[in-house]
Ligand binder design. Structure first.
Ligand SMILES: [Fe+2]
Ligand SMILES: [Fe+2]
Length: 277
């Protein structure tokens, strides 16, 4: 039975961010507003969560964006180093970018060709990973925008690709799981949808209504949350608490009969400390 682990929103910092001056310094203060700008603490927390996820024995790990604070090459180097230290085989890890990872033009793409290259085969845009009973698709919602906006969008050709995958997996009986940063549900406040939401959420929601085997694992909202596509139905949209904010953000999902089911980690003592509840 396939188990997927999920972590999100690391907001990693470079160790020497104190050297920043001028606009770069203010940009970091703006983006980290309300949180301590503590590079070592964020790195420690990230490593601990990655190791915790690894100890569950999950088949695959999904990291749903905002992995860095403002997407600088130095921050992607920190991400690569902490992933290497965690013990996860890159072939079993999928990374997708968040809005924070795209605030430095082209840095995410360059990182996937550079320090994150071991993860490119399972993380590049348009990547689908076949797992027993499920297909996991890496979906980018990253778009160029100023740091004062935090919206996302899925490219039209990627939406077409998702529609094709949904049709294929419907025939095969596999669950289709989209790993992406922004939630597919519209923001309840209209103006916030433009500022902070997924711009083409209506197209993705239409696919979710059409295909009951389609699921979304996302980040961005920073809170642990499950949502159904239809009122009263089982949840098919899942978000984990932001790692930068919370002490126990790990989520686990189990694939069963073409569906993704949420599981909760149960802590025991010792090295094999985590089991599926
Ligand atoms: Fe975030
Ligand atoms: Fe975000």
């Amino acid at each position: 039975m396939t188990t997927i682990a999920h972590l999100t929103d690391f907001h990693l910092l470079e160790a020497d961010h104190d050297r920043r001056r001028g606009a770069e310094r203010w940009r970091l203060r703006y983006l980290s507003f309300g949180r301590p700008i503590d590079a070592a603490q964020r790195r420690r927390r990230t490593l601990a969560a990655l190791v915790e996820a690894w100890r569950t024995g999950a088949d695959h790990l999904v990291l749903t964006g905002d992995l860095t604070e403002d997407g600088t090459p130095a921050q992607f180097e920190v991400l690569a180093a902490v992933l290497a230290e965690s013990g996860w085989d890159p072939a079993r890890v999928t990374l997708v970018p968040g809005n924070h990872d795209a605030y430095t033009d082209g840095a995410w793409e360059r990182a996937l060709e550079g320090c994150l290259r071991p993860f490119a085969a399972t993380s590049g845009q348009g990547t689908a990973i076949a797992l027993p009973g499920a297909v996991l698709a890496a979906v980018s919602t990253a778009m160029m925008q100023p740091v004062t906006r935090s919206a996302g969008a899925i490219a039209a050709r990627e939406l077409s690709w998702i529609a094709s995958l949904a049709a294929e997996t419907r025939r095969s009986g596999d669950a289709l799981v989209l790993a992406q940063h922004h939630p597919p549900l519209r923001h309840p406040i209209g103006a916030m949808q433009w500022l902070d939401g997924l711009i083409n959420s209506a197209e993705l929601m239409a696919l979710l209504h059409e295909h009951d085997h389609l699921h979304v694992i996302h980040g961005h909202t920073h809170r642990d949350h499950d949502a159904p596509v239809r009122s009263g139905a089982p949840p098919r949209i899942f978000c984990a608490q932001a790692l930068v904010d919370g002490p126990s953000p790990l989520r686990l999902y189990r694939v069963r009969c073409g569906r993704l089911l949420s599981e909760r980690a149960r802590v025991r003592s010792g090295a094999s400390a985590f089991a599926l509840a």
